[in-house]
Write a new protein. Structure first.
Length: 388
């Protein structure tokens, strides 16, 4: 049985050998602090539950996500037992903590507290990639290609925090995020293919673990809303919200995660598949979980009353966003379009439109029925395919 950090050799379809391994313990510690930063985005969103507030929250989330994903990539290329890897991961973990604390006011009074350690984290990622290339785990030409976009992005973030306020800072940070995300595109798909060999099992496990931790943190966040003065109604609302979170888990991990991991291991272009399917298309999954948690907290507090339109949209829209993100992920990794997921997402939005005068707990119940129906449909389809 493999343990964290242990490596095995897996032969790819191309005939190359890739060192496969499990998630190292230091990566799990890194995840816990980073998920704290991610879940702090819910506080930012709750402070301004408008479309503009949603956009600002997703901007901050996109920056945090890209930094986490960058380390998932370099960890996949590095020796998990190397002292340089462990020390750099630990230092980056320390730097992430003030980033997390600053998230609710990152676009306001705590811009520098967010950007300076954030830029330090991204710099450590580049240094770790250079070390990985020295050890033969990554291609230095490809790393050098996107280093420029990282540097430009960090300079724009810091400039926005120092000299700009309000919408001007937002625009500068949007430009920073766009340039940073464009790094892999800037170097070209051809050079990106040669960035590194992908240990598919480790890569898929890293993103799956992050989804699990986000789900767990959302459960804690929603449960805390009822902990102060629990009642039969609030406990019912929390239980339904927990069941919806379990539905999120089921949709991702029942079969899809394993199928996507297998597809990645067999891909002739694993770097491109991993970049598209995991680094990009997992962001809507994480976003959906966080947006749902904001609506679910309010549903637990006011379980007997109708939800305001903004919180109801967060509740239902979070479910729809998660389902659409998952459908896009399966399309990229497996080449199949899950129309049933798109329909379920549309049903979630229909619940929003039709429940303006319905109590919050009933809205939660309808969303749970939507996810349960999707899971049942998939289960029946699996049995038919097996019997056929």
């Amino acid at each position: 049985m493999a343990i964290a950090g242990e490596t095995d050799v897996v032969e790819e379809e191309q005939g190359e050998e890739v060192a496969e391994r499990r998630t190292a313990e230091v990566e799990l510690l890194w995840d816990l602090v980073f998920v704290f930063a991610v879940t702090r985005v819910t506080r930012l969103l709750e402070s301004d539950l408008s479309w503009a507030g949603f956009g600002r929250s997703m901007l901050v989330l996109a920056l945090i996500w890209w930094a986490w994903s960058a380390f998932a990539w370099v960890a996949n290329a590095h020796d998990p037992d190397a002292t340089s890897f462990r020390l750099t991961m630990l230092l980056a973990t320390v730097l992430v903590f003030p980033v997390a604390l600053a998230v609710p006011h990152a676009l306001g009074s705590e811009g520098l507290l967010f950007t300076l350690p954030y830029a330090g984290v991204r710099s450590l990622h580049l240094l770790l990639y250079v070390d990985a290339s020295r050890r033969g785990g990554a291609e230095l030409r490809a790393i050098a290609g996107f280093t420029g976009t990282v540097v430009i992005g960090m300079l724009l973030l810091i400039a926005g925090a120092v000299w700009a306020h309000g919408n001007v800072r937002v625009l500068l940070w949007v430009a920073a995020a766009a340039i940073d995300y464009a790094g892999p595109v800037w170097i070209g798909r051809e050079r990106l293919r040669s960035l590194q060999q992908v240990a598919a099992g480790h890569f898929a496990e890293r993103y799956g673990l992050f989804i699990i931790i986000c789900l767990g943190e959302s459960i804690v966040d929603v449960g805390a809303a009822a902990a102060g003065d629990p009642s039969a109604g609030s406990v019912t609302a929390v239980s339904i919200a927990l069941a919806i979170t379990i539905g999120f888990w089921w949709i991702y991990f029942d079969r899809a995660a394993a199928l996507a991991r297998e597809a990645l291991s067999r891909s002739r272009e694993p770097v491109l598949a991993a970049s598209d399917g995991y680094s990009i298309l997992h962001l809507p999954l994480v976003s959906g979980i966080l947006v749902f948690a904001v609506g679910a907290r309010e549903a637990v507090v006011g379980f007997d009353d109708p939800l305001g339109a903004a919180f109801r949209l967060a509740l239902c829209g979070g479910v729809a966003l998660y389902l659409c993100g998952h459908a896009a992920f399966l399309w990229r990794m497996l080449g199949v379009v899950k129309l049933s997921e798109i329909v379920a997402a549309a049903v979630a939005l229909a619940v929003f439109a039709a429940t303006g005068s319905v109590s919050a707990v009933v809205v939660c119940g309808l969303l749970l029925a939507d996810l349960a129906g999707l899971a049942l449909y998939w289960s029946v389809g699996d049995r038919r395919s097996q019997s056929g």
